[in-house]
Design a protein around this ligand. Structure first.
Ligand code: MLT
Length: 265
């Protein structure tokens, strides 16, 4: 594995097949480690590029003032700087918001799209108020309890009960994030646009992955999204919550590999 700093972001490269590249974009409030199992498996055949989104993990926090457009600019900069030729783009949740907007802005830069546990709609009023409440909670010095409750909601019950030490590791890692960076991400998410109108225009082969028990972006939200993307395939991961790549790593890696092979990638 090789690490590079691009535009203040920590970027990790694994594998050496430079003609077949997958760029992984993680969710909130996690970091690149979220995709570790898939990177380990797929780097045998692909060059896997994962990175910490601005404000999270090892990446720069700066002034903590982020927009979704900045996150997409960061992704574009990484692709250009590394001279990646039409990589596969794979994002979960907030990483999916970034991916959906990136594809709306520049789908010609990619060869395929993988969307895991995410949605194209923007925050509704209830969602916006939840973000405001989260920022207030963090400002009151309750960062750790915000992380505890947010991350708990992300995982399926089965994983929390049966893989508790793995689950705790994710929680503790998330608590290491800088609260300013976490608040910046909340503001970027609350200010993001709705990308639903672009779904029918996506020409890329697209894989949609969804945990059957996902409370944040459930199958009832993701299935209609898949139906609007012309060349898409929907995979349901049974018993998984929102964090399918961590909860069922082999199922997700296999689904990605099968999808890429089927599309000649
Ligand atoms: C994520 O997993 O990235 C977040 O749940 C996204 C969100 O809060 O909308």
């Amino acid at each position: 594995m090789m690490k590079k700093i691009i535009n203040g972001l920590s970027v990790f490269l694994s594998g050496n097949n430079e003609s077949n590249v997958i760029v992984f974009v993680h969710g909130f409030p996690f970091d690149h480690i979220m995709w570790q199992a898939q990177v380990e498996k797929l780097s045998k055949e692909y060059l896997c590029v994962d990175y910490d989104i601005r404000g999270l993990g090892e990446s720069t926090v700066g002034d903590g003032q982020f927009t979704m457009e900045m996150f997409v600019d960061d992704l574009e900069k990484i692709i250009d700087e590394l001279k990646l030729s039409r990589p596969v783009l794979c994002g979960l949740s907030m990483g999916g918001y970034i991916s959906l907007r990136a594809v709306e802005r520049m789908q010609e830069k990619f060869s395929a799209l993988i969307l895991s546990d995410t949605k194209s709609s923007a925050d509704d009023n209830e969602g916006k108020l939840k973000r405001a409440a989260a920022i207030k909670q963090i400002n009151l010095g309750e960062f750790d309890s915000f992380i505890e409750s947010f991350v708990l909601n992300c995982f399926g019950e089965k994983f929390v009960n049966e893989n508790n030490s793995e689950y705790r590791k994710v929680v503790e890692r998330s608590k290491k994030n800088n609260p300013l960076g976490v608040k910046g991400c909340l503001l970027a998410m609350v200010g993001r646009t709705d990308t639903t109108g672009n779904l029918p225009k996506i020409k890329l082969p697209t894989l949609i992955i969804c945990g059957s028990e996902d409370k944040l972006t459930p199958p009832s939200v993701m299935k209609p999204m898949a139906e609007q993307i012309p060349n898409s395939e929907f995979v349901l991961v049974n018993n998984a919550g929102h964090m399918t790549p961590i909860e069922y790593p082999q199922v997700v890696s296999r689904a990605i590999k099968d999808f890429l092979k089927k599309n000649g990638i």
